[in-house]
Design a protein around this ligand. Structure first.
Ligand code: SF4
Length: 207
């Protein structure tokens, strides 16, 4: 990680700007290659991420690694991050489940995502799931209708597209799972193709 990204991470780790700071175990900052032209942004940390401090831990991360590997990519070659950096959860009986982030939490956390994306200045952002797409593409984004479409009028990258969140695909079964996994593979391939076309950034920060 670059010195500048480490500085943003160090500041984020102490963040108490929203109520999620009271229930998190850890702040889950982005990880991977902060000079990558391709950035993947998902919704927020899972229970496993909250424990490990790494985005895309556990079964969701295993599926992500699988669909990256199908494209001859590893998580160390791209930057992985989330819209919010602390786990958002809700109690349902005895079970504590993840919940989508509230608008107020996304707003409070925007400074960290802004810091990451401004520093990286990626050529391509691949949003995984609706909350990330609604944050980075447009508020009314509908994953069933707009998945796989390139958007060029956004704030942080010349090309932004959305695909499914691997956590969503993991909940599918049988043929649906096979189709969902293939869509993830194909959308990552398209994002990789688009980022390979981009010229080397003049804003890479290697120190
Ligand atoms: S979710 Fe973001 S804004 Fe809220 S406490 Fe965590 S780091 Fe801070």
């Amino acid at each position: 990680m670059t010195v500048k990204m480490e500085a943003i991470k160090a500041a984020a780790i102490g963040c108490t700007a929203c109520g999620l700071s009271e229930t998190r175990k850890n702040v889950v900052f982005g990880s991977g290659d902060p000079t990558s032209k391709l950035v993947v942004v998902a919704e927020g940390p899972s229970a496993m991420d909250d424990r490990t401090t790494l985005p895309f831990s556990g079964p969701t991360g295993e599926l992500l690694d699988d669909v990256l590997e199908a494209n001859k990519l590893t998580r160390n070659e791209i930057w992985l991050t989330n819209v919010i950096k602390c786990r958002a959860a809700i109690r349902s009986g005895r079970v504590i489940k993840n919940r989508p982030p509230k608008a107020s939490e996304i707003k409070a956390c925007a400074k960290w995502l802004d810091g990451e994306l401004t520093l990286i200045s990626p050529a391509v952002i691949l949003c995984m799931g609706s909350p990330a797409a609604k944050t980075l593409i447009h508020k009314g984004f509908r994953i069933t209708q707009e998945r796989g479409i390139w958007f060029t009028e956004t704030s942080y990258a010349p090309f932004v597209m959305a695909t499914f969140n691997p956590a969503f695909v993991l909940r599918m079964e049988g043929e649906d799972f096979t189709r969902g996994r293939q869509i993830l593979i194909d959308d990552i391939a398209e994002a990789q193709r688009k980022s390979a076309e981009a010229p080397e950034s003049s804003q890479l920060t290697l120190f």
